[in-house]
Design a protein around this ligand. Structure first.
Ligand SMILES: [Zn+2]
Length: 449
């Protein structure tokens, strides 16, 4: 049971609040703190969101901070939900507030580049926070993808040793312990600085839950009278836009520059990625207000929609598309297959539907993408094979805890139903070494089928 809730600091991640709870509550172990806060043994703390709270923790926290406020002000929700359609945004909020659901099911969370792989901090914020609050904490604005500079102190952010991923990570890493005292590196590139401020301002602007103005419509009107759109408004010159944008951001030196197809999908309303949208908007000179609270009429939305069916749309170069998408698909499929991209770390079955959703592809597109198709086939498996891998994974997770465990524990952690266990046995040896397989089968062998 949670025994006290620390005061949350401005722009602090909820994860950071829980880290401080762990430090100050007198919990004897990470495990004790985890069970105070979260629902199940297999729940890990979420770095970007709140995680699966148990009823008691939820009640205690709600007494101090409304969950909705926390989501909006102390998680990375605005990064993922800012530009998605209103109905999807409302659904995501509902699940975070009332009915826990893995964030990966609510919006696209793209794989991270290596540079975005760790929690970041600003050495001057750390100094300030220590003076003001007596301890450092993880700021969420520093964790925005592609964020390199603290716009408050105009110095470069430093990378900690703490992974930004939540999966398979069952520990609390408080900023106070992990932020080193470092001489700040002052940011002197005016464009980089402006871009960091832009990202921060867009991220921190209020989220609109009343109007539903598609981001592609905002871009459509912002591109009129630019070299990136035919004066008739019927054709967008995406290649030209993408080439110039890339050249520009190379001078700024951000980690992950939007590709042509990412830009194209955003312009046509099939994608809403925060980082891609911000790059395009910044490059086109759209103000933060025009981007986050656009004044666009329903009629203008309809006009833009009509341009999608125009015949002179830029044709897709499938071969180039295939080559660009293949490494992304590899990363996504691998993450799902081995579980590293899944909130609970459990190996999942890679289905075609999942791939279409994660990559936001239209139906049957894989048929036109031979490289991607091959990758997908490499990761495909039957349900029985997946159950076997899950059972082995659960066995290894439980073994690490160095406590006796039983079939019921394996079943709980793996999520494989009792009625299916008979179908799993033939595949256990395929994925585990002999002694592991024998041990698992002996545990399973003790249960009446
Ligand atoms: Zn700072």
């Amino acid at each position: 049971m949670i025994n006290y809730i620390p005061q949350i600091y401005p722009d602090e991640l909820v994860y950071s609040l829980f880290c401080r709870y762990y430090v100050h509550s007198g919990c004897v172990s990470h495990k004790a703190a985890l069970s105070d806060i979260f629902c199940k043994r297999s729940d890990n703390p979420s770095k970007e969101f709140i995680g699966h709270l148990n009823a008691d923790a939820q009640n205690q926290i709600e007494k101090c901070y409304p969950i909705k406020e926390l989501i909006l002000k102390n998680t990375m929700f605005p990064q993922y939900a800012r530009f998605i359609p209103l109905s999807q945004k409302e659904k995501a909020m509902y699940h975070f507030e009332f009915e826990y659901c893995d964030a990966h099911h609510l919006f696209a969370i793209l794989p991270r580049t290596d540079a975005d792989g760790f929690l970041r901090y600003c050495p001057l914020c750390v100094e300030e926070d220590r003076q003001k609050y007596g301890e450092a904490y993880w700021h969420r604005t520093h964790q925005i993808r592609n964020m390199q500079i603290c716009s408050k102190h105009k110095c470069y952010l430093e990378q900690s040793e703490v992974t930004a991923k939540s999966e398979k990570c069952f520990t609390f890493c408080p900023a106070e312990e992990y932020c080193k005292v470092i001489e700040p590196r002052i940011a002197d590139n005016a464009d980089s600085l402006r871009y960091a401020e832009y990202l921060s301002d867009v991220f921190n602007s209020p989220l609109d839950f009343s109007k539903d103005i598609p981001i592609n419509t905002v871009f459509y009107y912002a591109m009129a009278d630019t070299p990136y759109m035919k004066s008739s408004g019927k054709t967008r010159y995406t290649k030209e836009l993408s080439d110039r944008l890339k050249a520009y951001f190379e001078t700024i030196g951000i980690n992950d520059i939007a590709s042509m197809y990412q830009i194209q999908r955003v312009l046509l309303g099939n994608r809403f990625d925060f980082s891609v949208v911000c790059q395009v908007a910044f490059f086109l000179g759209i103000s933060v207000t025009d981007l986050t609270a656009p004044q666009i009429t329903q009629e203008q939305i309809e006009t833009e929609k009509a341009t999608h069916t125009m015949k002179d749309k830029e044709p897709i170069n499938w071969q180039e598309y295939d080559g660009e998408l293949a490494p992304v698909l590899e990363k996504v499929a691998k993450g799902i297959y081995y579980g590293t991209a899944n909130e609970n770390g459990r190996p999942d079955r890679v289905s075609e539907k999942m791939i279409y959703r994660e990559l936001e592809l239209s139906a049957h597109r894989l048929e036109k993408l031979p490289q991607c198709r091959r990758i997908f086939e490499r990761y495909s498996e039957t349900y029985e094979e997946n159950w076997a891998r899950r059972v082995i994974w659960a066995y290894r997770e439980l073994s690490e805890q160095q406590k006796p465990f039983y079939w019921s524990d394996i079943r709980l952690v793996s999520g494989v139903k009792k009625k299916n266990i008979g179908k799993v046995i033939p595949f256990i040896e395929k994925y585990a070494d002999k002694s592991t397989a024998n041990h698992i089968i002996s545990i399973i062998g003790n249960i009446p089928l």
